[in-house]
Design a protein around this ligand. Structure first.
Ligand code: BDR
Ligand code: CA
Length: 317
């Protein structure tokens, strides 16, 4: 049986890849949107465009929060460096017609979690919707088997030297999520930067020739050019779909249990995921420091990711 889940996202090129992968390999109960790579109206528009493009209109979409819990919203400026002014530059994006639910994303998440056995959350944007759902519905934790999220890093950041975009965009929300007690899988830059849409893969995608594949190739061309220019990467990083893979094909990844704290006060490190590698003493094997609150991805088999992703992409019109 496919794992039931909601994808909470801020599309975003790699968010679209997560939706396309998840819609075929999981039982996607809905897509919820949040500010992040662009403003909420744009990320919601891009989610609607994606379900129309790929003939996934049956997946409900609910819009969520348009700003972080506490801080100013600085994310769209930074998001546009990578994703362009629309949040999804590259393909032509017609005005979508598929409706958005009237229900707020937070309420939709709670209702769906309550109705769905073995429910999972896959957040691949700032964690604001998830944090508010946890605070507003204290029993949400009883209905969520696990959260598989893209965010943070065991090493370096991308927005600042220390912080990764999704965590930095609302670190207070990330703190709520990481202290919620819900089992967490964390897919951070330390692994997601190892899976890049190099020209070889983009060519294979374009040659599939379908409407969806051609649009994906156009997205990945734009995104890859930006990430190459900004960070010297060989192609756009497939950050967000790895949060799906963590649930559907966990053997493509290696995880280690760790305590992860979110830095909320650092002068240079706001939004850093402080990952405690010391979890067990080398000599006695005894745990040390705070007990693990996350399974943190530490290695990935990029070739196997691409085999799976390309195979799924073939199935789209
Ligand atoms: C994350 O930030 C966004 O640019 C991507 O969509 C991804 O979720 C990577 O830091
Ligand atoms: Ca994202």
């Amino acid at each position: 049986m496919k794992t039931p889940a909601i994808i909470d996202c801020d599309p975003g090129h790699d968010d679209v890849m997560a939706i396309l992968l998840g819609a075929r390999t999981m039982d996607i109960k809905g897509i919820t949107t949040v500010f992040g790579n662009a403003s909420l109206p744009l990320t919601t528009k891009n989610a609607r465009f994606t379900v129309e493009l790929a003939d996934l209109r049956h997946i409900p979409i609910a819009a969520g929060h348009d700003r972080p819990l506490l801080r100013e919203n600085n994310s769209a400026d930074d998001g546009s460096r990578v994703h362009g002014k629309t949040g999804l530059d590259g393909p032509t994006i017609p005005e979508p017609t598929v409706p958005v639910l009237e229900e707020h994303a937070v309420d939709f998440i709670y209702r769906t979690a309550k109705e769905t056995p073995n429910f999972h959350l896959v957040p691949v944007g700032p964690l604001t919707n998830i944090a508010v759902a946890i605070r507003r519905y204290p029993d949400l934790a009883d209905y969520v088997t696990a959260i598989s999220l893209m965010g943070g890093s065991t090493t370096f950041g991308n927005v600042t030297a220390a912080a990764e975009f999704n965590i930095w965009a609302d670190a207070e929300a990330a703190h709520v999520v990481f202290t919620s007690g819900i089992p967490i899988k964390m897919l951070g830059l330390n692994v997601t930067r190892q899976v890049n849409a190099t020209p070889k893969y983009r060519k294979q995608i374009r040659e599939m020739g379908s409407r969806t594949a051609v649009a994906v190739a156009e997205m990945l061309d734009f995104y890859s050019e930006r990430l190459s220019r900004l960070f010297g990467l060989p192609g756009g990083s497939m950050h967000d779909p790895l949060a799906v893979i963590a649930l559907t094909d966990p053997d493509i990844l290696t995880f280690e249990p760790m305590h992860v704290a979110i830095e909320l006060a650092g002068t240079h490190t706001y939004g850093m995921t402080v990952c405690d590698y010391r979890h067990r003493r080398a000599d006695t094997g005894e745990p040390q420091g705070a007990p693990p609150n996350a399974e943190v991805a530490v290695a990935v088999n990029a070739e196997r990711f691409w085999e799976r992703f390309l195979d799924v992409l073939q199935s789209y019109p």
